[in-house]
Write a protein that binds this ligand. Structure first.
Ligand code: SF4
Length: 159
């Protein structure tokens, strides 16, 4: 699960994006949750410049066809790929089949991302981590789809 959704102040602006949901409380009590912030895992600072995928999406970044660029112009593609790889390694290590990631992030977005113009405009698409996890068969949901994520968990584990 995205660390920012669990209340960790790891976002680019130094804030969290906490989600209060009974299902998450239950996952906690069952010790199911593994928390990750791909960007911080890749060594990026808190706070940091906002970044967006320029002319592409998470899949095209993985394919080497697009870059992740910070607002002031630095190319942080390598960091975003490294962070996605850490998240994937955790999924493999802990046999995780379901992820809940923060929507719209250039790492964690699973349905929508910002369009690369830093104008607040969103387009359909995935961030780099969401795309990498889906490429490896992990089901990715956002914070508005907790019930669906729980259904997927139950279907996977049968409990
Ligand atoms: S990279 Fe993901 S976990 Fe980290 S702050 Fe951004 S949305 Fe949250």
């Amino acid at each position: 699960m995205s660390a920012c959704l669990l209340g960790k102040k790891v976002r680019y602006d130094g804030r969290a994006l906490p989600v209060a949901d009974q299902i998450i409380e239950q996952w906690h009590s069952e010790r199911r949750i593994v928390s990750v912030c791909p960007e911080v895992e890749a060594g990026m600072s808190i706070p940091r410049q906002p970044a967006e995928i320029f002319e592409g999406n998470g899949q095209s970044v993985i394919n080497g066809e697009a870059d992740v660029i910070e607002k002031e112009g630095a190319n942080v593609t390598a960091e975003f790929l490294a962070g996605a790889s850490v998240a994937l390694d955790l999924c493999l290590k802990f046999n995780i089949n379901v992820a809940v990631l923060a929507e719209s992030s250039p790492s964690c977005g699973s349905s929508a991302i910002y369009d690369g113009s830093f104008s607040g405009k969103k387009v359909p698409g995935m961030g780099v981590t969401a795309a990498l996890l889906r490429q490896h068969g992990i089901r990715v949901f956002n914070q508005h789809e907790i019930a669906e994520a729980n259904q997927a968990l139950l279907a996977t584990h049968g409990d």
